[in-house]
Design a protein around this ligand. Structure first.
Ligand code: LLP
Length: 418
């Protein structure tokens, strides 16, 4: 199979070229998220192609970007989804994802969520603890059915990424150690209300080195072998998400190599591979547009104050994450180190620090790149700021996929209690 990887890097080209983005900013105003739906398709297909030698199902991690139109686009490409709340499951169904392609993960599922997930007949629930396994069993029993489950195994391997998004070490709250997992599989196998059909691991996000993933897959495949020897019929090998993208100049993993390293571990095993990419599909398919309000030189430091803020894109503030920043109206002049900051009353409210930027004027538009994943989905109304509008561009045509919130929206659930 031929695989020509599309570099997953931040670029302003195609649907996201500067001219088109300027038009979009003018039409829909800023701050604004803009997604390139053709790129979503390319990244998705790149993943699909990488795994096409085997039975596989891509379950897009909805948390990266859960806009209904994004999900609908992925549904049209035959994607499944990985959800972490009943809300996400409902979004997925609304946008056209069949229930048999939905998996449900997360350490803190509530009773009503488990009940609904079982009733809906989703593919399986990823179990994160013994307590949860027993809970799922008892709920399935009262529903007089069998719940399909998979166990998230914690391989205790360092993914070498930001500590906040590392999940596969024993000190993390996620998953179950290999030995305990084995005994839980045995328990589930004997239960009349549980059907263990999958095995799962996810060691972290924005992983740029293959080694930890390959090692984890090896470890989990060993466990899989021992389960099969016990006649526990595991059909799905769920490798989670986590593939990194380029934000700045990181070299990341090519999906083809990723797939090969997984396939190697699965030689001789008849299982369907499930992967849960989020960032890989959405990160570099989206940009965040914001407008310059003021330039302020304070004690020799240059600040550019923009109308977008940490409530819109929290990654820089929360993880000290780097996002490339490019002005859409290029001006002649020297580059100077600049902090790009928002209107929120916190010093941590910034989109970029010490970024070399040319002269800028009020009204200029800046594109913050690689903002398609964990951008809007992590946004909030802090400082009573309405959340942004979202726009999709496909084949050069832009359309609104989420209206900008209004002040009325923000107070809707409070105003009747005055
Ligand atoms: N599967 C599970 C079980 C997950 O917990 C996650 C992400 C994914 C899949 C998708 O991972 P991805 O392919 O997107 O790396 N807010 C952080 C990222 C948190 C990721 C949480 N889990 C950020 O902005 O970097």
């Amino acid at each position: 199979m031929k695989n020509i990887p599309l570099p997953n890097t931040p670029t302003l080209e195609g649907n996201l070229d500067k001219k088109l983005l300027l038009q979009v900013a003018k039409e829909y105003q800023t701050p604004l998220f803009v997604y390139d739906f053709d790129k979503i398709e390319e990244y998705f297909n790149q993943f699909k192609l990488a795994f096409s030698g085997r039975k596989s199902l891509i379950c897009y991690a909805l948390k990266a970007n859960s806009n209904l139109s994004v999900i609908k686009k992925l549904a049209s490409l035959e994607s499944g989804v990985d959800c972490v709340s009943l809300g996400e499951i409902k979004r997925a169904i609304l946008a056209g994802i069949p229930t048999y392609k939905i998996i449900y993960s997360g350490v803190g599922k509530q009773d009503y969520e488990i009940q609904e997930a079982i009733k809906l007949g989703i593919l399986f629930i990823n179990i994160e603890s013994k307590e949860e396994l027993l809970k799922v069993e008892s709920i399935a029993k009262t529903l007089n059915t069998k719940a399909r489950i998979s166990i998230r195994v914690n391989p205790d391997i360092d993914p070498q990424t930001h500590p906040y998004i590392s999940t596969g070490l024993k000190e993390n709250k996620f998953g179950i150690g290999v030995e305990e997992a084995k005994s839980l599989y045995l328990y589930a196998h004997k239960s009349e209300s549980l059907e263990p059909i999958g095995i799962h691991f996810h060691i972290g996000s924005q992983i740029t080195k293959l080694q930890p993933i390959a090692e984890s897959a090896q470890k989990i495949a060993q466990l899989l072998h021992s389960l099969l020897a016990l006649k526990i019929d595991i059909k799905f090998f769920d490798i989670g998400g986590g593939l990194g993208i380029t934000y700045k100049d990181e070299t990341t993993i090519n999906p083809y190599d990723y797939a090969q390293s997984i396939l190697e571990c699965l030689r001789g095993l008849d299982v369907t591979i499930i992967c849960e990419p989020g960032r890989f599909i959405m990160g570099n398919s989206g940009v965040f547009l914001t407008q310059v309000l003021y330039e302020k030189i304070s004690q020799e430091k240059r600040f550019v104050i923009v109308n977008g803020a940490m409530n819109d894109l929290i990654r820089p503030s929360l993880y000290n994450a780097y996002h490339k920043i490019t002005p859409l109206n290029p001006r002649e002049g020297e580059l100077a180190p600049t902090d790009i900051v928002g209107p929120i009353c916190e010093s941590g409210d910034y989109l970029g620090k010490n970024i070399a930027l040319p002269p800028l004027k009020a009204g200029d538009i800046l594109a913050i790149l690689s903002a398609g994943a964990y951008g809007f989905s992590m946004s909030s109304n802090y400082n009573t700021r309405p959340r942004c509008a979202e726009v999709a561009i496909s084949q050069g045509k832009a359309r609104l996929i989420r209206k900008r919130e209004t002040f009325e929206d923000l107070i809707a659930l409070e105003k009747d209690y005055l």
